[in-house]
Design a protein around this ligand. Sequence first.
Ligand code: GDP
Ligand code: MN
Length: 380
Amino acid sequence: MKLHEYQSKAIFHRYGVPIPKGRTTTMASEAKHFAEELGGKVVIKAQVLVGGRGKAGGIRLAKTPKEAEELATTILGMEIKGLPVRKILVDEAVSFEKEIYLGITNDRGARRPVMMASAAGGVDIEEVARVSPEKIIKIHIDPLLGLREYQARDLAVSIDLPRPLWRSFAEVAYGLWKAYTENDATLAEINPLVITSDKKLLALDGKMVVDDNALFRHPDLVEMRDLDAEDWAEIEARKFGLSYISLDGEIGCMVNGAGLAMATMDIIKLCGGEPANFLDIGGGAGAEKVAAALRIILSDPKVKAVLFNIFGGITRCDEVARGILTALAEVKPNIPMVVRLVGTNAEEGRRLLAEAKMITAETLLEAAQKAVAVVKGEAK
Ligand code: GDP
Ligand code: MN
């Protein structure tokens, strides 16, 4: 679950990270009042759950309360990367000398969290990571010991932070680590962490992603969930207990079992195609769940064909077939569908689907080949 900037910063602040004074609103007129309260000069910031808001025009500096209202009106009318801006953060404007990057995420390869810092923070950090990765300094954190003071110092030195700021940098780094670990986050990031004109550290931006599997022990975080700002497909998938991850390819996949779903994606690639998603409908999925899964897959405009790969163990193939028929009757897709059904009640399932003009396959390889072929055929 992604948290908004204002939520992430509020959490970081609880762990001792300094942040600018600010307030959120959904109304431009209120932005004007807040600007008056905050001393006139403010930054109006779109609260949407995507990065690169600055470059998209979603972060604007207002020199007067009147300008704050105008910019708030503009930003509240914007869409950033397809997401409508419903809320803005009005932060006191801060003048700064330098932008630093500081973040923590899980390094699966190293099997531990990694803290990253860079003197080249700000809106171009992705570019820095691509072009000059050596400018991003990494240290791994032992999850049992936590972030050690010397590690924070090492980072401060490595990014050439002026010595008088080492202590407060260590406090910010430790606060970020505590926020990360105590909230079961998979990402906690401050970009930029600035050195202000009066030589203090301040977190101007914040981003946090919390592990969905740990939300049961963070009711306070669950409260923060902003369904308005989330992807429809992800909300729908969660509602029906489906594991769904959207990808960049053209072949939609509906599979039961995570391992089988991954194998299916691999074989699609082996056959020269690209999967549009990972979707595990789970064991014992009934017709309703299958229908929901198909609606989700078909809501993605990139999908040019759907591959069903169902191994009926606990799941009964005839149930799945009924689910597919229900969904087809509802959404009436005009793209090819390839089905491979094996296992419990497969015969019955195939008989039901034969009437729905679906392409059937005996093996997974054959199914993948057929799906890739129809997609390529369409592209010509
Ligand atoms: P992002 O583009 O979504 O990462 O949004 P950020 O909150 O990081 O804002 C983008 C950029 O706007 C930052 O890197 C800063 O350069 C600038 N910015 C953000 N807040 C302030 C502020 O209070 N004062 C000034 N002068 N610039 C700011
Ligand atoms: Mn940022």
